[in-house]
Ligand binder design. Structure first.
Ligand code: GLN
Length: 352
């Protein structure tokens, strides 16, 4: 029940102020503050060390597997953090969400849909197999093929203008300038043969234009953009807040595309784990191979977890555990029994 999240945060801020004003331990003991919910989650999972850091991009293999952070930003601009919240890492596939929004903004829904579908695949994120079937369209924008296609749609005159437009878009979501990690970019660019093969196939089918190499570079650049876990929470909160960054008040994407973005996150954001995620956690999310996960509770929260070791799907192991636990504690699942959400029935009233 989503309203409970708002109540939990309200209680937490009330408790934070009551902590300053009084030492009434009966109030303090009654409900855990929102910050303490995050601190408890951090403690519970910090020694959980299953999974392997991604190594197919050589630079990513160098990361410290013990890094761990959980951050939440609210749609009204409060930020709660734990652990290594300021540690920079590359955003990887989480960028796909925002570049999809940018392609929609640049071209509108119909043109983007003609080039990239919205069907979950049940295949790994880097699968090339289904590209050769039926429509020749990549299935969705959350897998590599689809993201290369949406990236190819980014408007601009030449590589510099396109990159600057993309960085500018990210800046609105994050609330400050963002930079590319050049060593990760070069590492991806020199080893991304599979991504190059997908781009060539899509070029062959006319799904991407003849700026293929330029678009591939733009794809590797977006994956190599540096963020912190706190940045990711604010980006997710911007989606929760209908496209407006709740800290700066800047609009990052037109509100009319939030529905598109969150729908594909919900059905496709966790790759071939998306069904299980929707079943267990029940909110739109996106992961990346550097170990980040973002999740969005519409109109309320942006959640971000960073922990590099991954499971066989390429999702952060601790990230999944934390989100499952948080969703259960705060009853975030979209299909948890709603309280007071019968507005359609109320509107219909007693009409026959
Ligand atoms: N840069 C990575 C790739 O293209 C992104 C994959 C991911 O995060 N799932 O393979």
């Amino acid at each position: 029940m989503w309203y409970r999240v708002a109540i939990a945060i309200l209680q937490s801020s009330r408790l934070e102020s009551s902590r300053l004003e009084s030492s009434d331990s009966s109030i303090m003991g009654a409900t855990p503050s929102f910050q303490s919910i995050l601190d408890d989650l951090y403690d519970r999972y910090k020694s959980f060390n299953d999974g392997q850091v991604a190594s197919y991009i050589p630079e990513l293999a160098k990361v410290n597997p013990d890094l761990f952070s959980i951050c939440v930003a609210t749609a009204d601009g409060r930020v709660f953090t734990t652990g290594d919240a300021d540690q920079l890492f590359t955003i990887q596939s989480i960028a796909k969400v925002f570049v999809y929004g940018m392609a929609l903004d640049d071209h509108g829904r119909d043109k983007v849909l003609a080039k990239v579908g919205v069907e979950p695949t049940g295949d790994p994120f880097n699968s090339i197999i289904r590209l050769d079937e039926h429509s020749k369209r990549p299935d969705n924008p959350m897998i590599n093929a689809g993201a290369i296609a949406t990236t190819s749609l980014i408007k601009g005159n030449g590589p510099t203008e396109r990159l600057n437009r993309m960085l500018d878009m990210f800046r609105h979501y994050v609330g400050h300038d963002v930079y590319i990690d050049m060593s990760v970019f070069v590492s991806e660019r020199s080893t991304g043969h599979r991504n190059r093969a997908m781009a060539s196939l899509m070029r062959h089918f006319g799904m991407i234009d003849d700026r293929m190499d330029e678009s591939l570079d733009l794809y590797f650049q977006q994956c190599s953009m540096m963020v912190t876990c706190q940045d990711l929470a604010v980006m997710a909160a911007t989606l929760a807040n209908c496209g407006v960054n709740p800290l700066t008040g800047d609009r990052a994407v037109p509100g009319c595309y939030i529905r598109d973005i969150l729908s594909v996150m919900y059905t496709c954001g966790m790759y071939n784990f998306a069904g299980e995620w929707a079943y267990k956690v029940g909110i739109p999310a996106k992961s990346g191979v550097s170990g980040g996960i973002i999740a969005v509770v519409p109109h309320q929260l942006g959640i971000a977890v960073f922990s590099p070791p991954l499971d066989s799907h390429g999702n952060s192991v601790r990230g999944i555990k934390v989100c499952e636990d948080l969703a259960q504690q705060l009853e975030l699942h979209m299909f948890d029994p709603p309280m007071g959400c019968s507005h359609i029935l109320e509107r219909i009233g007693h009409e026959q």
